[in-house]
Design a binder for this molecule. Structure first.
Ligand code: BGC
Length: 415
């Protein structure tokens, strides 16, 4: 007769045997901040429950530029990961290069076409078949504020760019930093994008930065955008160069700074710090953009595998990602809203509710636009040109007219 220990050992062997048979995934991502790590860990956990083991391939660097560089070198050397955080038009670029695997059978058997909004599902398909699975919808046009800083400065939360300058000046005069900012190209571009949307409105945004319409780019509105963007140079601190975005968020969390303009992944940092919306922090649409929504959908694209076990594990991963559990917990941690339609709202906070409502209403008014600062709108070459122009301008004394002219030149050269 077997001892208790031996029975336990054989049960463990049995279950580890069946777990191992569900395969393994190596997943490239750039989620290394507190809120991001909590989010991605849940995916790892869900896959573990489904018997898929996880090899973490995290490449630090907000916005994902570093991760994309590493991904390219791995792919070129013939050794891509099983799945990688890739989004927007880049999915098509990887598809064109022949790297991606279809997960259409998982998508079909789970009815993804009806579970996802059209603006999300179309990005996930290459030549009509799903090759990527969306984890969330981030809204990028947010302003995060510390109400205590505003109270001390006698300032009110701004809703237009003109008012932003007035309120930011009050915070500065009270001896605090008005705008927490990290001087990295993608963060400069994120703030620039918010200015484009608030100053020009979603119609101009779409024409100039999605359709790349020459007249819209080369217009008086673009000069006005650079004027407003340039004024923000006066509201950041001298230590901003190179600062990571989550460090900038922590300046708002601890009351060193009044505001940050950043996508709602920032909310994940407030959450990890145990802060509550309304009392400890406030979220409002970035100035002048309350009816609009710059969307940024994070997704995992799957790379073709010769090993059938790995391909099977990709199917399990894709299935988990669209599951109700994953979409709920991941997005509660990440600050985003679920990509999956019809999810219960009650556990989400008021920022998420605003985001859910704005996603629907902006899609009816033309205010729903893809984020160019986060790889959703234009090719990598064009977004690189916009990054360069925004960052060079912000870090110099270049005039608004000159900034606008440089943007026209850079976009023309890149497209
Ligand atoms: C991604 C977010 C991420 C942020 C900061 C964005 O481009 O979509 O998921 O949290 O960059 O790294």
């Amino acid at each position: 007769m077997k001892t208790k220990l031996a029975v336990l050992a054989s049960v463990a062997a049995l279950s580890s045997g069946s777990l191992a048979s569900a395969g393994e995934v190596e997943v490239l991502h750039w989620w290394t901040s507190g809120g991001e790590a909590a989010s991605v860990n849940y995916l790892k956990e869900k896959l573990g429950e489904a018997g898929v083991s996880w090899t973490d391939f995290a490449v630090a660097g907000g916005g994902g530029e570093n991760a994309m560089t590493v991904l390219k070198s791995r792919a070129i050397s013939g050794n891509p990961p099983t799945a990688a955080q890739i989004k927007g038009p880049s999915i098509q670029e990887w598809g064109n290069l022949g790297f991606l695997a279809s997960i259409d059978s998982v998508a079909k058997s789970n009815d993804w076409d009806n579970l996802l909004p059209g603006v999300v599902s179309e990005v996930m398909k290459y030549k009509g078949e799903y090759v990527a699975a969306p984890v969330n919808v981030h809204r990028v046009n947010w302003l995060w504020a510390n109400p205590e800083v505003f109270r001390k400065a006698g300032a009110t939360i701004p809703t237009t760019w003109d008012d932003f300058m007035v309120q930011a000046q009050k915070i500065k005069d009270a001896g605090m930093i008005a705008l927490a900012h990290g001087g990295q190209a993608w963060q400069d571009a994120t703030v620039f994008e918010a200015v484009v949307l608030g100053v020009g409105g979603p119609g101009y945004y779409r024409k100039a930065f999605v359709e790349l319409d020459a007249d819209a780019i080369n217009s008086a509105t673009t000069v006005k955008v650079f004027e407003t963007f340039g004024k923000l140079r006066g509201f950041i601190d001298s230590n901003s160069p190179g600062r990571d975005w989550n460090v900038a968020t922590s300046m708002v969390i601890n009351g060193e700074a009044g505001m940050q303009i950043m996508g709602d992944w920032a909310k994940g940092e407030f959450k990890v710090a145990g802060k509550h919306v309304g009392t400890d922090f406030v979220c409002v649409a970035s100035p002048g953009s309350s009816g609009s929504f710059t969307f940024n959908v994070d997704s995992f694209a799957f790379f073709s595998q010769s090993d059938a076990e790995k391909a099977k594990a990709q199917g399990v991963m894709a299935g988990e990602i669209l599951g109700v559990d994953f979409q709920r917990v991941f997005n509660l941690n990440k600050g985003s809203i679920p990509a999956r339609l019809g999810m219960a709202r009650d556990e989400f906070d008021s920022c998420a509710h605003d985001s859910m409502d704005a996603f629907v209403s902006s899609s009816q008014t033309g205010g729903l636009v893809p984020s160019f600062a986060h790889g959703m709108a234009v090719s990598e070459a064009v977004s690189g040109a916009i990054y360069d122009t925004a960052t060079n301008f912000f870090n110099s004394k270049t005039s608004a007219k000159e900034g606008a002219a440089q943007l026209v030149k850079a976009i023309n050269a890149a497209r």
